[in-house]
Design a protein around this ligand. Sequence first.
Ligand SMILES: *[C@@H]1O[C@H](CO)[C@@H](O)[C@H](O)[C@H]1NC(C)=O
Ligand SMILES: *[C@@H]1O[C@H](CO)[C@@H](O)[C@H](O)[C@H]1NC(C)=O
Ligand SMILES: *[C@@H]1O[C@H](CO)[C@@H](O)[C@H](O)[C@H]1NC(C)=O
Ligand SMILES: *[C@@H]1O[C@H](CO)[C@@H](O)[C@H](O)[C@H]1NC(C)=O
Ligand SMILES: *[C@@H]1O[C@H](CO)[C@@H](O)[C@H](O)[C@H]1NC(C)=O
Ligand SMILES: *[C@@H]1O[C@H](CO)[C@@H](O)[C@H](O)[C@H]1NC(C)=O
Ligand SMILES: *[C@@H]1O[C@H](CO)[C@@H](O)[C@H](O)[C@H]1NC(C)=O
Ligand SMILES: *[C@@H]1O[C@H](CO)[C@@H](O)[C@H](O)[C@H]1NC(C)=O
Ligand SMILES: [Cu+2]
Length: 642
Amino acid sequence: MATKMLLFTLCCAMCLRASWASKARHFRWEVGYLLWSPDCEENVAIGINGQFPGPTIRAKAGDTIAVELKNGLHTEGVVIHWHGIRQFGTPWADGTASISQCAINPEETFVYRFKVDKPGTYFYHGHYGMQRSAGLYGSLIVDAADDEIEPFAYDGEINLLLSDWYHQNVYAQMTGLDSKPFRWIGEPQSLLINGRGQFNCSLAAVGGANACNISTGQCAPVVFRVLPNKTYRVRIASITSLASLNLAIGNHKMMLVEADGNYVKPFTVKDMDIYSGESYSVLITTDQNPSSNYWISVGVRGRLPKTNPALAILNYGPNSPRKLPSSAPPITPTWNDYAHSKNFTYKILSRQGTVKPPTKYDRQMIFLNTQNKIDGHIKWSINNISLVLPPTPFLGSISYGLKGAFNAQKPPENFPRFYDVMKPPQNPNTTQGSNVYQLKLNSTVDVILQNANALAGNVSEIHPWHLHGHDFWVLGYGDGRFTKKDIAKFNLKNPPLRNTVVIFPYGWTALRFVADNPGVWAFHCHIEPHLHMGMGVVFSEGVEHVRNIPTEALGCVRLNFGPDQAQRITKRARREFGSLSSDDAGFRAWQITGSGFEEVDLEEAAMRSEGGNGDGIRRRRQRRDLKAATTTRFEGGDGDKI
Ligand SMILES: *[C@@H]1O[C@H](CO)[C@@H](O)[C@H](O)[C@H]1NC(C)=O
Ligand SMILES: *[C@@H]1O[C@H](CO)[C@@H](O)[C@H](O)[C@H]1NC(C)=O
Ligand SMILES: *[C@@H]1O[C@H](CO)[C@@H](O)[C@H](O)[C@H]1NC(C)=O
Ligand SMILES: *[C@@H]1O[C@H](CO)[C@@H](O)[C@H](O)[C@H]1NC(C)=O
Ligand SMILES: *[C@@H]1O[C@H](CO)[C@@H](O)[C@H](O)[C@H]1NC(C)=O
Ligand SMILES: *[C@@H]1O[C@H](CO)[C@@H](O)[C@H](O)[C@H]1NC(C)=O
Ligand SMILES: *[C@@H]1O[C@H](CO)[C@@H](O)[C@H](O)[C@H]1NC(C)=O
Ligand SMILES: *[C@@H]1O[C@H](CO)[C@@H](O)[C@H](O)[C@H]1NC(C)=O
Ligand SMILES: [Cu+2]
């Protein structure tokens, strides 16, 4: 009896725990334009629910997040990418326009539902056009689950979301980038901490010529209140459009403990670099003179700075938050002191207990990063292809085997032997494409990112590369051209696990990942104008295992019409595209109206080819999938319910 009782109690405790352990967190968001003054000058920003930056999501590992996102931008589509969340089993929720879904049309709603499985410092941002640069971003913080213990302790938390800000709107920026002659966006007007900065002035220059006139609360400095003799976890994420950053806190050393949602071998620094797309946690101890406040300072690295540092105040209680720090803000290391940056970056290694990489790769790809020209327009290319995105999202077109939806040719996995990475390209001409790297499911892939000289002589830039859907191990870095001999020097012992990594000027960076997440994933430079100019590639893996892609992600329009309406549309499609091959008809129909009828066309195509041209099995599978999809779709439902 006692044993039974105990068993019962145990079971009950377990089921209670299971139900308490993970939660569904629902958010209702509307994206819209805002008149906002992030740096005391008024501009149009893209915000969420009337806020810039967007609301912070705070969750626990294991939770499911559901964001019901309404597009309130009246003349453009929108998507949101959840940066650092791997989207296992939900590749359609990755929020990449033309890759994982169609952009959400104005006035429409899309539900992002996904699981956050790993504690860490993450963020979210627009991934369509240059909407990220327009201000569409916010923090996403995942705490450890109740039964998980983090390998360090702290008394409180500070969250720093770093960005840069341009006064020119992103439409003018994009037009300039696409124009001939090319117009570069230049350096940002301001750096922002949690969406606040001060244009062309310094908070530290009280009474001086360069003193700030804070015209509105929207650009008032951020003040972080702390108590003396405590330990704080400072979360830092950079979502900049262009700038690489360096951060320092006056008089305080920082101990690095987390990078991109993975624990690192702790080490202490006075200042640290943060590239766009990266996130970190550092621990600080408030062991300085408690009668003073201290500056948190963020400056530009890797480009000749023309932007004032951003400042925030570390306010030791009980001092007044208005009391200005007694010492000057810490100074950023010289912008081109790359030795300093490499010193920091090379020290980031994984914490003991981190999962180790497979010891061998199945496939190695070398990605040459070059600046090029196409008919006088300036582009960035990877192995001579400058990425352009197709109208039909890859996830849908690959899943349904649509023909002609993107460039079918296999993109190159290396670059010509004679290419001199230290010099401008001999022939700067390149091509545009939407080619896809198809990865074998569960295979181990090595990517060597090879930097090179840009179009101008003696110029090579920093590029932070971000991978969707995975973390990767950073196996090594080097200067100059990567050679086979470098493989022997790879760090297989404690390489850091990350989702974003930098390539230094004229250098290379080697990374390894396991293609274990069925879906289609972007891998690209996180500098917004560089991505716009084609600096990225697309990986596809195991898409045949992806089931139940929501119709809104596939067809750009919510399918909420009844079966008779569907038939009417299908008839019209046959009439209009009847003379085309049925594959083309299906594809064209999909492209043009973006609704559900293409499935019927495809089904017809499958039946016609049943005679067996070798594609039969694929087509039968396709037809089965389409049937399944059709029955669930034509229920006349009102879309995704939560
Ligand atoms: C920046 O501030 C300085 C000094 O206050 C002033 O001379 C200069 O014109 C300002 N620049 C811009 C672009 O506003
Ligand atoms: C500060 O800004 C306000 C509003 O923009 C303006 O009215 C005021 O004259 C400025 N003060 C100084 C000292 O420039
Ligand atoms: C902080 O700790 C130091 C050394 O342990 C001690 O001398 C000091 O009084 C403490 N300060 C406060 C405000 O508790
Ligand atoms: C690298 O950092 C260490 C301390 O963290 C310092 O002793 C060394 O001088 C640094 N080297 C360079 C080249 O900055
Ligand atoms: C590069 O492309 C342009 C057309 O945009 C062409 O006129 C030129 O001959 C090409 N250059 C080379 C070296 O192929
Ligand atoms: C890119 O293609 C052009 C031809 O269009 C060729 O001349 C050039 O060498 C190629 N560059 C690279 C890096 O492969
Ligand atoms: C890939 O790996 C997962 C687990 O890691 C396994 O469940 C799955 O069956 C594997 N798929 C293939 C095609 O190897
Ligand atoms: C690049 O730098 C080297 C060495 O500093 C110099 O000899 C060369 O003229 C420079 N090239 C250009 C195109 O500026
Ligand atoms: Cu770049």
